[in-house]
Design a protein around this ligand. Structure first.
Ligand code: SF4
Length: 295
């Protein structure tokens, strides 16, 4: 009854039930998992708490990852909040710091919420927890934002993919940006249409991004793609609320993502055989890890 696979279905459900995306996502989850509303929301709260802990860990207990490729950037972004003449707003810098902290916790083998995946796990918590804090929003609003983000993730998963091995980084960080921007747009009072429009703007800007992690480890370029992805998600939300409309509707952006995935070389899909992974620095890391040379 509340199932949807496309943005078109989702908008129709919102209209029929005169409600927002978050509420439809909650009703869908209740129907799918056969759980009551309170339990469904409590489960999302648990995920939110994992997100919060991962951010705190990355900022307050920074650790270097294997081969020292990451660790310690999140506290630098927090320190940058005190600097004058920064181009980004304090909110955007905080979102970038939180996204980075999550990625650094992940790379150091800490606990994160894969939302939607481990590699793209920084954008959603970065954006949503920073906005909740800075704008003093309620937990209810935050959880609604996370449900809205989940609905967008479901559409991408069913219409294209959330797997880097199938679709490159557009399927991880790109999807995370679409999810975060829709979620935060709902938190800011955006209509379902504005949320989906923000998702289109966000995802379009990361279409075609390849997966090329150094040595196959989820650290470089993954973490910094999350850092900058958080800023993109906020920009897409602002643009949507300012009335900028994506010429391509969300379902078609997802369709394009699927097409790009199909023609993307396997070398650029999580195999560490192309892109940044085969730069001199990437090859140096590969050798250090003990991976065989690329023929
Ligand atoms: S580069 Fe690959 S492993 Fe890293 S975040 Fe993107 S999709 Fe994930």
């Amino acid at each position: 009854m509340y199932s949807f696979s496309t943005a078109k279905d989702l908008l129709k459900l919102c209209k029929t039930h005169d409600t927002g995306i978050a509420d439809i996502a909650i009703r869908y989850e209740m129907e799918y998992s056969q759980r009551h509303r309170a339990e469904t929301i409590a489960r999302m709260r648990k995920i939110k708490n994992v997100m919060k802990d991962a951010i705190n860990e990355g900022i307050n207990n920074p650790r270097k990852s294997a081969f020292r490729m990451s660790g310690g950037s999140a506290p630098k972004l927090i320190k940058a909040l005190r600097k004058k003449k920064m181009a980004m707003s304090p909110l955007a810098l905080r979102a970038m710091a939180y996204a980075t902290a999550t990625g650094e916790t992940n790379a150091a083998m800490g606990r994160i919420a894969a939302f939607p995946t481990a590699g793209g796990a920084g954008v959603v918590p970065g954006v949503m927890l920073a906005c909740t804090e800075v704008w003093k929003m309620s937990e209810r609003k935050l959880l609604n934002g996370l449900f809205t983000a989940s609905a967008i993730g479901k559409i991408i998963a069913e219409g294209a993919t959330l797997s880097a091995a199938a679709g490159g980084c557009q399927a991880e960080v790109g999807a995370a940006i679409a999810m975060a921007t829709a979620g935060v747009t709902e938190m800011r009072g955006g209509t379902p249409k504005q949320c989906l429009n923000a998702a289109s703007l966000g995802l379009k800007s990361y279409l075609g991004i390849v997966c090329d992690p150094l040595g196959g480890l989820v650290a470089v370029p993954c973490i910094k793609r999350n850092t900058l992805g958080a800023a993109t998600a906020l920009a897409a939300s602002d643009a949507s609320l300012a009335g900028i409309e994506s010429f391509i509707p969300f379902d078609e952006v997802v369709m394009a993502m699927k097409n790009i995935a199909k023609i993307m070389s396997p070398k650029l899909r999580e195999t560490a055989l192309g892109g940044l992974a085969v730069t001199p620095t990437g090859l140096r890391i590969r050798k250090k890890i003990g991976l065989p040379p690329i023929k």
